[in-house]
Design a protein around this ligand. Structure first.
Ligand SMILES: [Zn+2]
Ligand SMILES: [Zn+2]
Length: 162
C-alpha cells in the first residue's frame, strides 16, 4: 500500500498524489493536470522548467553564505580599488558584477529579488567598511560613492531574472 501523504496546502487532507516537479503531496482539489503530469498549483502556473526567482530555502542559505564570503573578501578588494588612480568606478562595476554572479550561481541561478537583495548588501558592505572612517569624519569622496554605486548596481544586475 502506498504511503499516505497530506496535501501541502491542506495538511488535514490525505492524498497519494504528488507534484511532478517539486514532489510535494497535493490533494485532488489542488492538483493541476498538465501535459507533463500532475502538478501543484505553484508549478503548474509557471512555464515549464522555469522557476526563476523562486529560490528554495537551501539556495537562499547558500546565497547568503556566498554573500558573506563576498563581503569578507570584498573588504581588501574595495580597499585596493580606492588606491587606484583612475577607472575605479569601472573596475568596481566589474568586481560588483563578479560578486553578483558568484551569488547568482550559489543560489541555483534563479536570480530574482532575494538574490538581488543579498548581492546588493554583500557588495555594499565592503565599500561601507572601507569608507566608514571618511563618512564618520564627514569627508567622504563622491567618486568613491559613485564607485560603490556602480558595484552595487552591477551586483544587482547580475541577479536579474532572465
Ligand atoms: Zn510542485
Ligand atoms: Zn489541497
Amino acid at each position: 500500500m502506498a504511503e499516505t501523504m497530506h496535501c501541502y496546502r491542506h495538511p488535514k487532507r490525505e492524498t497519494r498524489v504528488s507534484c511532478a516537479t517539486c514532489g510535494r503531496p497535493i490533494c485532488t482539489e489542488c492538483m493541476v493536470a498538465t501535459d507533463v503530469g500532475i502538478k501543484c498549483p505553484d508549478d503548474a502556473r509557471l512555464p515549464r522548467g522555469a522557476r526563476a526567482g523562486v529560490m528554495k530555502t537551501n539556495q537562499v542559505v547558500r546565497s547568503i553564505l556566498a554573500g558573506i564570503g563576498v563581503a569578507v573578501v570584498g573588504i581588501p578588494v574595495a580597499y585596493v580599488l580606492f588606491l587606484l588612480p583612475f577607472f575605479t568606478w569601472l573596475i568596481s562595476a566589474a568586481a560588483g558584477y563578479g560578486a553578483g554572479t558568484l551569488i547568482y550561481r550559489a543560489g541555483g541561478r534563479n536570480g530574482g529579488p532575494v538574490a538581488i537583495a543579498i548581492s546588493v548588501v554583500a557588495t555594499a558592505v565592503p565599500f561601507l567598511v572601507v569608507l566608514a572612517p571618511d563618512l564618520l569624519a564627514g569627508a567622504f569622496n563622491p567618486l568613491r560613492l559613485i564607485a560603490m554605486a556602480f558595484a552595487v548596481v552591477a551586483a544587482g544586475v547580475a541577479n536579474r531574472q532572465i
